[in-house]
Design a protein around this ligand. Structure first.
Ligand code: SF4
Ligand code: FE
Length: 491
């Protein structure tokens, strides 16, 4: 059964997830002003699935049950499914101007589905069956599951079992008849608090001696031993200020990243999807990363649409929209943004079925997509700041614009002075001008910059991770052979 957006928010209240922020335990985290916008972003994935205009894109027919499920809980059955995934992510980026967090679970499902099939084939294990049963349960409940991959990793020159502190990579600390006990942490965990469950995966390819670290499993987010420490974002406390709605830039929506700690957490046997088969850790990582690199060709493009639109509105309000260099900058922003989208669509259209039957993106093109994402949003941001003008970072607060404290010789108030000196094109009020500039500030420098800007660099793997994959998938030898043939070289 699909949940409505309000039902989703209510379902979070049933969880006993342990959340800490600013050194304190947060009891009512669902209504906390810093956290709630991130919940609203996830809620949009539920709301649009019930909206007649979008439900075809937002839902799919489960290959496991034949029921209608949210596309975020779907196993891709075709290249059309892969393309629709990217379109859905662009739509949600447009509607929230932030990270809507649900993709990591979707990408984990699809990587896990194909990898568990191949582990079972090699080892006679039952991980695929475990996973399929688990996913049926998630689809039926319409839960959101967080895909957790990134370990703290400690000293980067050392592997998991060589670290001074063995907990710096998540590991099995006890094997029992009925399951395993795990310890460690996952960093930069998107949407962790807003998820009903977590699927945990290894963070990198593993060697034989790392068997305790080659583990994948699912647990409820409020399982005994799990707690989360909220990652702060630039300008986050503006969300806690009274009378600063405009200053926040995007009052309704936001992203969320946390440190999630697994403090000796028990995992029952039927929720284990990998347990010591080290040679499959790399496959799982590569597939999950590939899907998530495809994802960025959708979500970042949708947020980019909002930023380009905001820059266009700022140009109108400044009275600068007819200047040819402004028009050209907006064209450049659009060109860069659509290039990212083209990559997201291309790696989807070139997808192929896996042994398990679900569809996987073209890995080379997905990595090229993400490599471009590590660059283009920075240029789009630079151009947006250029068009917006310095006022986006020098403007007084909303409270100043609303203040009736007299300051001028003729009794003019702070509000009147601000409104006088920040008036521009009469097509807009100063409040409208402030709103659009604060939105640009939010996307370029504020809380949304986590999801749009720095996450474009490091999310789904830092740039070098894609270059390694591009080197591996790029078939340089094949290209050399082409050149030799054309040049008439026969050896
Ligand atoms: Fe989804 Fe993008 Fe957020 Fe990743 S960064 S969870 S792909 S919205
Ligand atoms: Fe991400």
């Amino acid at each position: 059964m699909l949940m409505t957006a309000p039902e989703y928010i209510e379902s979070l209240r049933q969880l006993k997830t342990r959340v800490y922020m600013f050194g304190e335990k947060i009891e009512n985290w669902v209504d906390h002003p810093v956290i709630r916008p991130s919940i609203n972003s996830v809620a949009m994935t539920y709301g649009l699935a019930q909206d007649d205009e979008y439900k075809d894109l937002m839902t799919a027919t489960s290959n496991l049950t034949g029921e209608t499920v949210n596309r975020f809980n779907h196993i891709h059955q075709s290249t059309t499914d892969l393309v629709n995934k990217v379109k859905m992510q662009r739509l949600l980026g447009q509607k929230t101007a932030s990270c809507f967090q649900r993709c990591v679970g979707m990408d984990a499902f699809n990587a896990m589905y194909s990898t568990t099939f191949e582990i079972d084939e090699a080892h006679g294990t039952h991980y695929h069956e475990n996973f399929v049963n688990y996913l049926k349960y998630i689809q039926e409940k319409d839960y959101i599951v967080d895909g957790a991959m990134t370990d703290p990793k400690g000293d980067r020159s050392k592997g998991p079992s060589d670290q001074a502190d063995p907990d710096l990579f998540l590991r099995i600390v006890e094997r029992r008849e009925d399951g395993i006990v795990v310890r460690g942490a996952k960093c930069h965990q998107t949407g962790s608090i807003n998820s009903h469950e977590h699927i945990v995966m290894p963070t990198q390819a593993m060697k034989e001696e790392d068997a305790d670290y080659a583990v994948a499993f699912a647990v409820p987010s409020d399982a005994d031993g799990i707690y989360m420490i909220y990652g702060r974002q630039s300008c986050d406390t503006r969300k806690m200020e009274e009378g600063a709605d405009i200053d926040v830039g995007n009052k309704a929506f936001g992203g969320q990243e946390v440190l999630v700690v697994f403090d000796d957490v028990f995992v029952p046997n039927d929720r284990i999807f990998l347990c010591g088969e080290t040679e499959f850790a790399g496959m799982l990582v590569e597939r999950f990363a590939g899907y998530h690199r495809q994802s960025y060709g959708g979500c970042k493009v949708g947020v980019g649409d909002v930023l380009i639109g905001a820059a266009g509105v700022a140009a109108d309000y400044n009275g600068a929209s007819k200047a040819s260099h402004i028009k050209d900058k907006l064209i450049e922003m659009t060109h860069l943004n659509e290039t990212l989208y083209a990559c997201g669509i291309a790696c989807s259209a070139e997808g192929k079925p896996t042994k398990a039957g679900n569809y996987q993106i073209d890995l080379l093109l997905a990595n090229v997509c993400k490599q471009n994402v590590t660059r283009f949003p920075y240029e789009i941001t630079r151009l947006a700041e250029d068009i917006a003008g310095g006022l986006m970072v020098t403007m007084p607060s909303e409270k100043d614009f609303r203040s009736d404290l007299p300051v001028g010789k003729n009794g003019e108030t702070i509000g009147e002075v601000c409104n006088k000196y920040f008036a521009a094109n009469p097509c807009c009020t100063t409040e409208e001008r402030a709103r659009i500039l604060r939105l640009i500030e939010n996307l370029c420098l504020g809380t949304a910059a986590v999801g749009y800007r720095t996450e474009s660099m490091h999310g789904a793997g830092s740039p070098q991770a894609q270059r390694i994959m591009i080197a591996r998938q790029g078939d340089l030898e094949g290209k050399k052979a082409l050149a030799k043939t054309i040049a008439g070289i026969t050896k």
